[in-house]
Design a protein around this ligand. Structure first.
Ligand SMILES: [Zn+2]
Length: 124
């Protein structure tokens, strides 16, 4: 009970000071998004490995091509050509505040893949 009351008090305190304390800036270009009337867009991302080493090596999946692929992968790991999955964070959630321009840019090309090709497309 004490924790719930404390939480409520904290929430009220937050709401009271929210307008004065919370500052938003665009994570893309740094533009101030705090003034009333400024468009602010939120992008939430969740990144995770679709397959782990242990997933690959379940008995059901031990078909020839996958074993070969796994062997190739392990060779590449040993040769330092690729990073083994264990050193990669398994799951990460991210949240970005964006201005309208950066939001549009994100939706068009979330991974910022081919700026040169897009530029040519616009010029032609
Ligand atoms: Zn921006």
């Amino acid at each position: 009970m004490a924790a719930a009351v404390l939480g409520e008090v904290f929430l009220l305190h937050l709401e009271k000071d929210a307008s004065a304390m919370v500052q938003f800036t665009c994570d893309g270009c740094g533009k101030n998004l705090t003034p009333p009337g400024t468009s602010r867009y939120v992008v939430r991302l969740e990144a995770y490995a679709a397959q782990t080493l242990s997933d690959v090596l379940t008995e059901d999946d031990l078909q020839d091509d996958q074993v070969e692929e796994m062997a190739r992968f392990l060779q590449q790991v040993e040769a330092g050509l690729v990073t083994p999955p264990s050193s990669v964070p398994e799951r990460r959630q991210m949240r970005f505040d964006l201005c309208l321009d950066c939001y549009r840019r994100f939706l068009q090309d979330p991974l910022r893949r081919e700026p040169v090709i897009r530029l040519r497309f616009h010029q032609n």
